[in-house]
Design a protein around this ligand. Structure first.
Ligand code: GUN
Length: 291
């Protein structure tokens, strides 16, 4: 079994980005600048956004964090987005999801200028991605493609089973892996909560991408030998023995399945760190596109 080490790979990518930033600076180009808006006090979201800002510092980007209170209304948020849309110094920005229930997420996503949408969530960018045109590919699926690429995991002609149909992961992952691209050309089956005979399908998979948000859902009796597993899940489970009061659990029962795998991502330290590296990559791309 080979661990797909997202922590190490993301550190490598960040190193590469930092080098490029130094080059830009040496040649008097602008420093890439990422902004992030977060609304409310969700602990996990705050942790993720802080990690994104910290990663910016590490690679020499500028970053701006805009924290808005839980009570912020839709109009106020849309106003903040417009300020970032027209700010020439901001190359790209994200609005951390999920948003409080009183705000229409779709409306917010559509308010972001597609040329600054480094999350790749705007319909214009999702459409380009689906047509295999150059665009910002969302950080999580982009990170998975990069991880598979750097470990030389073959996808061409393989049967990939994607668990989950979310707009952020399952849906784009299914599209991307079926496309004609370096990491792609796979035969993809997308499964979701209404899928029947799930185990029969997962047992046929050469590669499984688990993105359903149910802790330890994928067990040894659902997979065949030598499968590759990408675990996108990251759930906080209460654990009083931990200093933080919780432990992070993926969608895959790691200990149960690990011996049967050819490659597998750990949780934490697999897909998670890759998403941050790819967000930086998209921001660098946004900055270079302007110059
Ligand atoms: N919430 C969970 N994943 C993401 C992400 O990739 N981007 C944003 N903006 N919010 C998220």
């Amino acid at each position: 079994m080979i661990l797909l080490d997202g922590k190490k790979t993301s550190a490598d990518i960040k190193e590469e980005i930092a080098l490029e930033v130094r080059e830009l600076k040496n040649n008097d180009y602008k420093t890439p600048h990422l902004a992030a808006i977060i609304v409310g006090n969700d602990g996990a979201s705050i942790t993720y956004v802080n990690a994104k800002v910290k990663a910016c510092e590490r690679v020499g980007f500028e970053s701006t964090l805009i924290r808005l209170p839980e009570e912020t209304n839709e109009k106020e948020l849309l106003n903040e987005i417009e300020i970032l849309n027209v700010d020439n110094d901001i190359d790209g920005f994200i609005v951390q999801l999920p948003l409080p229930k009183h705000i229409n997420e779709q409306k917010v996503i559509m308010a972001v200028d597609p040329s600054k949408d480094v999350d790749g969530f705007h319909p214009t960018n999702v459409g380009k991605m689906a047509l295999n045109l150059p665009t910002f590919i969302s950080a999580t699926p982009f990170g998975i493609l990069e991880l598979l690429d750097r470990y030389n995991v073959q996808t061409s002609g393989k049967h990939v089973v994607v668990l989950g149909r979310s707009h952020i992961v399952g849906s784009p992952m299914s599209i991307l892996l079926s496309q004609k691209r370096t990491v792609g050309n796979a035969t993809v089956t997308m499964c979701h909560s209404r899928t029947k005979n799930l185990k029969e399908i997962t047992k046929q998979a050469d590669i499984i991408v688990a993105a359903i948000g149910i802790p330890e859902f994928v067990k040894a009796d659902m997979i065949k030998d030598n499968v590759t597993i990408i675990d996108v899940g990251i759930t906080r489970l209460a654990d009083s023995s931990k200093k933080s009061g919780y432990r992070l659990v993926g969608d895959v029962a790691f200990k149960d399945v690990a011996d049967k795998c050819e490659f597998i991502t750990p949780v934490p330290g697999g897909v998670g760190p890759m998403t941050i590296a790819m967000l930086l990559k998209n921001t660098l791309l946004a900055c270079k596109r302007k110059t």
